[in-house]
Design a protein. Structure first.
Length: 368
């Protein structure tokens, strides 16, 4: 289960476009951040995704991806052009097909091939119609679903929802959120599996995030996006069916196996791509750390460095789990977390050149 939010320039305090997403996966499933550099490819070359091969583009763009470690694609990410995408599992009345492209594969392919949000929309539609979507999406569970996407750039945003090979697109006018439910009215009425969608609480969470965005529309900031992605509607609920399913920051409790395993915020302003990511579980306890498309790609894990990227995620998760389970003083931990996060944010805002940004990345991600 996941939640994705966006605010266009007419809805933020400084004229930026803000994008955010929580990735909710199985609690033990590592969620890593990698950088895939721009590359030219031979004509006729093919690329292996999670389950199938597709034709490769002659040019792919530099991407920063947040992804389950075992999947080729990504749950969310941004490219060097400022195109940012998040996907959601949606449950429809269309049959699941054989292994094909996962929604996460489609997301990565769109980021690698798109200069604008609209071009990403067109690329996603092409990939769905050409190759289809299907295959096991769960880490240990045989979970299968169709996908919706929230796609943005410096000027525009779009919602693209799918049900098998069918799709619908809606342009965002100001603020928008998507969750684990179809939201484009006529498409929803025709294709949604209402029973599974109800269990996912996708409609509830989508309404919750939409309300929080509307409340501050015109004044939204990065801090507001952090607050939304850290929101707990009912963390201590005793309802064994819903448990933490109504939380934006989702905790694995009772019979609920999903947990927020990674969180991302992207700020697009004046040609700058400012990224704030946790690289760890539970944003309510994690630090949002700055990233940029700096020239020194060695500051990032590459696609060939999955093992150390997983180790980083697991080390962060161990600390966070101790706090979540009451084994460490929560108040003291959060005071220190807030101090570090504020310091990093101020350093990010004051970084004037490439070298200073590299130093902020090193400090925030402890890669010195």
């Amino acid at each position: 289960m996941c939640d994705t939010i966006v605010a266009l320039r007419n809805s933020t305090s400084d004229g930026s476009v803000l994008f955010g997403k929580n990735s909710d996966r199985e609690k033990e499933e590592p969620h890593i951040i990698i950088r895939v550099p721009a590359k030219e490819h031979r004509k006729g070359e093919r690329v292996r995704c999670t389950y199938i091969e597709v034709e490769q583009s002659e040019m792919t763009y530099d991407c920063i991806l947040c992804k389950p470690s075992w999947i080729w694609g990504a749950e969310m990410g941004v490219n060097e052009n400022g195109v940012v995408i998040g996907n959601e599992a949606v449950f429809t009345n269309q049959k699941q097909g054989p292994p094909a492209l996962l929604g996460m594969d489609i997301l990565r392919l769109a980021l690698e091939r798109s200069k604008t949000a609209k071009e990403a929309v067109d690329n996603i539609i092409y990939l769905i119609e050409r190759y289809g979507q299907g295959g096991k999406c769960g880490y240990t569970k045989d979970l299968r679903y169709h996908n919706s996407f929230l796609i943005a750039d410096f000027n525009y945003a779009w919602v693209l929802e799918t049900a098998g090979s069918y799709w619908a697109v809606e342009e965002v006018k100001d603020v928008r959120s998507i969750s684990n439910a179809l939201s484009i009215k006529d498409f929803k009425e025709k294709y949604e599996n209402r029973l599974i969608t109800k269990f996912s609480c996708g409609d509830f969470r989508q309404s919750l995030t939409a309300g929080m965005l509307e409340e501050k529309k015109g004044r939204l900031t990065v801090e507001d996006f952090k607050a939304i992605l850290r929101n707990h509607h009912n963390l201590n609920s005793k309802n064994i069916l819903y448990g933490s399913m109504k939380n934006i920051c989702m905790h694995s409790k009772s019979i609920i196996s999903s947990e927020t395993t990674g969180s991302l915020i992207v700020e697009l302003i004046d040609g700058e791509i400012n990224i704030f990511a946790t690289g760890s579980s539970l944003p309510c306890l994690s630090i949002y750390k700055p990233l940029w498309f700096v020239k020194n790609s060695d500051l990032f894990y590459s696609e060939d460095e999955v093992e150390p990227a997983v180790d980083y995620w697991k080390r962060q998760r161990e600390t966070i789990e101790q706090v979540a389970e009451g084994k460490r003083d929560r108040t003291a931990y959060l005071e220190n977390r807030d101090r570090i996060e504020k310091e990093l944010f101020e350093l990010a805002r004051s970084a004037r050149d490439e070298l200073e940004r590299e130093e902020v990345i090193k400090k925030g991600w402890r890669m010195m």
